[in-house]
Write a protein that binds this ligand. Structure first.
Ligand SMILES: *[C@@H]1O[C@H](CO)[C@@H](O)[C@H](O)[C@H]1NC(C)=O
Ligand SMILES: *[C@@H]1O[C@H](CO)[C@@H](O)[C@H](O)[C@H]1NC(C)=O
Ligand SMILES: *[C@@H]1O[C@H](CO)[C@@H](O)[C@H](O)[C@H]1NC(C)=O
Ligand SMILES: *[C@@H]1O[C@H](CO)[C@@H](O)[C@H](O)[C@H]1NC(C)=O
Ligand SMILES: *[C@@H]1O[C@H](CO)[C@@H](O)[C@H](O)[C@H]1NC(C)=O
Ligand SMILES: *[C@@H]1O[C@H](CO)[C@@H](O)[C@H](O)[C@H]1NC(C)=O
Ligand SMILES: CC(=O)N[C@H]1CO[C@H](CO)[C@@H](O)[C@@H]1O
Length: 584
C-alpha cells in the first residue's frame, strides 16, 4: 500500500528525532527488558523472523535484541508499527499486553477507573489484522494499533461494547452504526480496544466532579494519587498517559480534550467544529462539539487526526471543511516555529497558578530561540465584552435537549425505555443509588435547566453572539490585528474562546507543579499536588490544524517535557510486550 511505503520511508527520521534528548526515565523506568528474556521469547523472535522472512517487506536480517520491544508506557504509534511490521510482536500480543496493563491499574492497585469496558472482540480483530498484514500488507500507520474511545463514541453493539456516556440509562442500548470517526479508525486498521470512563454525559448532567460516571465510578489521575484527571475525557487522558492503549479519542465542547490532556501530560487536539464528524457521538451541542485525539506525542496525534478527519453527509458541519483532508504528519517540522508570529492574550491569565505563568513565560523564550516572534500582550479587542457574556450557557443548554433527544431517538433499542431528556431525569431519580450517588455525585441540575429550554429567538441570538465574540471579534480579530499565525495560552485557560468560536486548539506538555506543592485534600479528587502536569495551548482560526501541528511539534521536539516526570509508581503498569511474547 502506498501509505505504508510513505510511512516507513519517514519512520527512521521520526524515530531519531524522538529519541534525541529524551531524558530516559531511570529508577521507575518501566521495562528493563533484558531481565525478562526467556527461552520462550527467543523462540517467538525466531518465529517472528521466519515469518518476516517469508516475503515480508525488505527488513534486514540483523538479530534483534529483546530491548527492541518498545516500552508500552511511552511507545509511539510509529515504534509499534515498526515492531509489528518487523514481526517482533503481533497485534494479538499488543492487545493482550494492553488488557493486562488495564487490569493492573483500573480496579486494582491505584484504582484509576480510566476504562469502563474492554472490547470482547478485540483479540479476534487483532488476529484478523495480523493475518491481513501477513497476506496483503498493512493498510497504513494505524494498522493493528489499539486505540481507546471515550464512552460517548458509538461502536457497533454486535461487537459487544456499550455506548453510554457513562450512564446506566443507556446500558444495553443498540446504536444504528459505528460513529463516523470510529468507522474511519476501523477502516484505517485500528483496533478499538475499549471505552474510556468520562465525566458522565460529558459533564452536562450537573455539578459533579470530573471523571465520575454512574457506570464507571470516579476516575483519578496518574500523577497525583487521587488527582483530579480533569474532564470530561478523563479516562481517555489517563489511559493514554500511562500506556493502557497506543492513544485515545476524546470529545470537547469546552475544554474536555485540552484540559484532561494538559493535566495528564499529553498532546491533545481539539479540532475545528466540522473537521471530524459527530455522527454517532453522544452530544452536548452541535455548535461546539468536536472529536479529537489524545496521545503521547504530536506525531501520534497527527497520525490519528489524519485518519479521523473528513466529510460526513450525516454531520453537515463537516461539509464546510476543505475538500481534501491534509496529511497532518506532513506538518511535522522541527523548524515549524521559525519565522512565525505568536500572540499572548494576557487578559485571560487572571487567577492562574504563578508556577504555571512562570513556566509559560519561560516557554516564550524557548520559542523565540526557535525563531518565533512573540507579540505580548496581544489581547482581544473586546475582551471585557467576551468575559461578561453568558451566551454559551444558553447555546449549550438549548442544544443539549434537542441534540440528545435526537441521539436517543435514533437508537435501535433502549432497554431502560428512556426516550428523551425528561426520561433521563426520571431515570436518574428512580436509580439514585447508582446515578445520583452521595456525597459528591448527586447533582443533575444542568439536565433540569436544559429540559426547561426552548429553541427561541434568544437562542438564535446567543448562537450569533458567540460566533461574533469568539471568532469574528475574538480569535480572528486578534490574529489579524497583530498579524499572527497563532495565539498561545496556558491550557488551564485556553478552551473558552475556541469553544464558542468552534476553532481548533492543540495542547502539549508544558511543565509540572514542583515537589513542594501543597497536596490538596481529596474531595473526592485532589485539585492539585506535587508533579501535577500542565499544558501549553496553540490556538488558531478555522481549519488551521496543519499549521498548529507544525508549531506544536517544533516546541515538543525542542523541549521533550513529557518524560521529565513520570506517573507515581503504582500507576505505572508493569506488563510489557516481553511478558506476553515470552509467555507464548
Ligand atoms: C454491555 O452491556 C450489557 C448489558 O446490557 C452487558 O451484558 C455487556 O457485558 C456489556 N458489555 C461489556 C463489554 O461490558
Ligand atoms: C444542517 O442541516 C440542518 C437541517 O437538517 C440545518 O438546519 C442546518 O442549518 C444545516 N447546517 C449547516 C452548517 O449546513
Ligand atoms: C510573565 O510575563 C508577564 C509579561 O512579561 C509578566 O507581566 C509577568 O509578571 C510574568 N509572570 C511570571 C510569574 O513570571
Ligand atoms: C450575549 O452577547 C451579547 C453581545 O456581547 C451581549 O450583549 C449579551 O448580553 C450576551 N447575553 C448574555 C446572556 O450574556
Ligand atoms: C424555566 O424557564 C423559565 C423561563 O425561561 C424560568 O423562569 C424558570 O426559572 C426556569 N426553571 C428552571 C427550573 O430552570
Ligand atoms: C517551593 O520552593 C520554591 C523554591 O524552590 C519556593 O520559591 C517556593 O516558595 C516554594 N513553595 C512553597 C509552596 O513552599
Ligand atoms: C474494564 C474494567 O475494569 N471495567 C470496570 C469499570 O468499572 C465498573 C464499575 O466499577 C466495573 O464494573 C467494570 O468492570
Amino acid at each position: 500500500m502506498p501509505d505504508v511505503d510513505k510511512q516507513s520511508a519517514r519512520m527512521p527520521l521520526i524515530r531519531e528525532r524522538h529519541n534525541e534528548g529524551i531524558a530516559r526515565p531511570a529508577v521507575n523506568a518501566p521495562g528493563n527488558f533484558a531481565m525478562r528474556l526467556t527461552i520462550g521469547s527467543l523462540f517467538a523472535l525466531f518465529l517472528a523472523f521466519a515469518w518476516a522472512g517469508m516475503g515480508f517487506k525488505q527488513e534486514s536480517a540483523r538479530a534483534p535484541a529483546p530491548s527492541q520491544f518498545p516500552d508500552l508506557y511511552e511507545a509511539s504509534i510509529t515504534d509499534l508499527q515498526d515492531g509489528l511490521q518487523k514481526g517482533l510482536f503481533t497485534s494479538v500480543d499488543l492487545v493482550k499486553a494492553y488488557f493486562a496493563r488495564i487490569e493492573e491499574v483500573n480496579l486494582q492497585g491505584p484504582t484509576l477507573r480510566a476504562v469502563i469496558e474492554t472490547n470482547p472482540s478485540a483479540l479476534k480483530q487483532a488476529a484478523a489484522l495480523d493475518l491481513e498484514r501477513h497476506t496483503t500488507g498493512a493498510r497504513g500507520p494505524l494498522h493493528g494499533i489499539p486505540i481507546i474511545l471515550k464512552d460517548n463514541i458509538a461502536t457497533l453493539a454486535s461487537e459487544g461494547m456499550n455506548t453510554t456516556a457513562g450512564s446506566f440509562a443507556l446500558l444495553g442500548s443498540v446504536v444504528p452504526r459505528d460513529a463516523h470517526v470510529a468507522a474511519k479508525l476501523r477502516a484505517a486498521g485500528a483496533i478499538l480496544l475499549g471505552k474510556a470512563n468520562l465525566s458522565e454525559w460529558a459533564n452536562f448532567r450537573g455539578n459533579v466532579p470530573s471523571g465520575f460516571s454512574g457506570r464507571g465510578g470516579q476516575t483519578s489521575g496518574p500523577y497525583v494519587p487521587l488527582g483530579d484527571p480533569c474532564g470530561s475525557s478523563s479516562g481517555s487522558g489517563v489511559a493514554s498517559a500511562i500506556g493502557l492503549a497506543a492513544a485515545a479519542l476524546g470529545s470537547e465542547t469546552d475544554g474536555s480534550i485540552v484540559c484532561p490532556s494538559g493535566m495528564n501530560n499529553l498532546v491533545g487536539i481539539k479540532p475545528t467544529v466540522g473537521l471530524t464528524s459527530r455522527d454517532g457521538v453522544i452530544p452536548i451541542s452541535e455548535h461546539q462539539d468536536t472529536v479529537g485525539p489524545m496521545a503521547r506525542s504530536v506525531t501520534d496525534a497527527a497520525i490519528i487526526l489524519s485518519a479521523m478527519a473528513g466529510r460526513d453527509p450525516r454531520d453537515n458541519f463537516t461539509l464546510a471543511q476543505p475538500r481534501v483532508v491534509p496529511d497532518y504528519t506532513a506538518a511535522l517540522d522541527v523548524n515549524g516555529l521559525s519565522g512565525k508570529r505568536l500572540g499572548v492574550p494576557r487578559k485571560f491569565f487572571e487567577g492562574l497558578n504563578s508556577v504555571v505563568v512562570a513556566t509559560f513565560n519561560a516557554s516564550l523564550e524557548t520559542m523565540k530561540g526557535l525563531g518565533a516572534t512573540i507579540v505580548d500582550p496581544a489581547d482581544f479587542p473586546d475582551f471585557e465584552e467576551f468575559a461578561a457574556s453568558n451566551n454559551e450557557s444558553i447555546v449549550l443548554s438549548t442544544d443539549f435537549k434537542v441534540d440528545v433527544n435526537r441521539y436517543i431517538s435514533e437508537l435501535l433499542e433502549v432497554p431502560t425505555g428512556v426516550k428523551n431528556l425528561a426520561g433521563l431525569i426520571a431515570f436518574n431519580t428512580a436509580h439514585a443509588a447508582e446515578e445520583l450517588v452521595p456525597p459528591f455525585w448527586t447533582d443533575q441540575s444542568q439536565f433540569i435547566a436544559s429540559e426547561n429550554t426552548t429553541v427561541d429567538q434568544a437562542f438564535f441570538d446567543a448562537v450569533a453572539a458567540d460566533k461574533d465574540l469568539g471568532a469574528t471579534r475574538g480569535i480572528d480579530a486578534t490574529l489579524q490585528a497583530f498579524g499572527l499565525d497563532a495565539l498561545l495560552l496556558p491550557t488551564d485557560v485556553s478552551s473558552g474562546p475556541a469553544a464558542i468560536a468552534g476553532y481548533p486548539i492543540i495542547t502539549v506538555p508544558l511543565g509540572f507543579l514542583p515537589p513542594n506543592t501543597t497536596l490538596a485534600p481529596a474531595r473526592p479528587t485532589r485539585s492539585s499536588g506535587p508533579n501535577q502536569p500542565f499544558g501549553l495551548s496553540f490556538l488558531g482560526t478555522a481549519f488551521s490544524e496543519f499549521g498548529l501541528v507544525s508549531l506544536a511539534f517544533a516546541y515538543e521536539q525542542a523541549t521533550h517535557t513529557r518524560l521529565q516526570v513520570l506517573a507515581f509508581p503504582e500507576a505505572i503498569p508493569k506488563t510489557q510486550l516481553a511478558d506476553i511474547v515470552g509467555a507464548k
